[in-house]
Ligand binder design. Sequence first.
Ligand code: ATP
Ligand code: LTN
Length: 327
Amino acid sequence: MPRVFSGIQPTGELHLGNLLGAVRNWVDDQHRADSFYCVVDLHALTVPKAPGEVAARTLELAQVLIACGLDPEVCTLFVQSHVRAHTELAWMLQCIASVGELRRMTQFKDKSARNEFVSAGLLTYPVLQAADILLYDTDEVPVGDDQRQHLELTRDVAERFNARYGDTFVVPRATIPRAGARVMDLQLPGDKMSKSAASDTGTVYLTEDLSAVAKKFKRAVTDSDGEVRYDPAAKPGVSNLLSILGAATGRDPEEVAGAYTQYGPLKADTAEAVVELLRPIQARVGELRADPGATTALLARGAAKAESVAEDVLARATSAIGLLPRA
Ligand code: ATP
Ligand code: LTN
């Protein structure tokens, strides 16, 4: 069985882009691969947070992930800070990665331009991500298209470490889905749908009121030429609706386009497909919120399983580097 690892930050509510670009594939992968899914709470600290905020969001995210279909009996679901090996390996890898290559990361350039205070962690963020992945001898990393560059860096760091210290890490690859890989903002279809967008009107949250969800689709930006055609460059708004409807119903956006001649019905059907996708997820979130202790117990078991794998790989890295063992 291949080993799969992916991570998600507890930095805000999950949205449709997270679901279609990442989480849905995790749910599928857990049945064909040995899968590890991690709520990367330490990554969330790269941008300042109020005390207590991260804990609450971590629990909430774990509940939503379970509601989306991650089954802690099948996969290993855990919290990054519960497994110390992540930060320890991250340090070793920081001494492998160069400042130059980290400064070239698009996410760093975007986020450092947007934030007044730029933490050192924002720069070294992708190295912690590399540690997350390499600690589990990961073969495949299912992520959305925006993570391609971070995965390349992970591969470069692993290869450099292996060349310097001998074969230690499995070199992983990104698995990026075609449908839903990049869900765009419904109001600004040139930007990816994101919880950090300036306005909420273009982002569909998984736990949002379903009538509000339908409204967002009815108000989605299209264009004035009136033709339904999948062409992301020339028709970003319409193409986004086609790929969302396609991803929600298991079809190619081109195929979906063939069924429509007008924008109104396309918007209505996309809204309905998304509402039906979210309805059972919201029901399950409601049940999980009623018993938070059940989720924290599942996370504790996940951390124990993850730790047993991570400690072995960390020991392998430590011995490859050649640090004096504690007697
Ligand atoms: P932010 O937008 O605040 O930077 P995010 O919404 O990208 O955060 P992450 O926790 O960084 O959320 O991403 C979780 C996963 O969701 C990643 O695999 C990422 O590639 C995927 N993802 C995020 N946004 C989208 C999107 N608009 N379309 C498809 N996949 C996405
Ligand atoms: N950087 C990712 C989150 C992330 C991740 C990981 C994804 C942290 N560690 C390990 C895959 C594997 C993001 O911003 N979406």
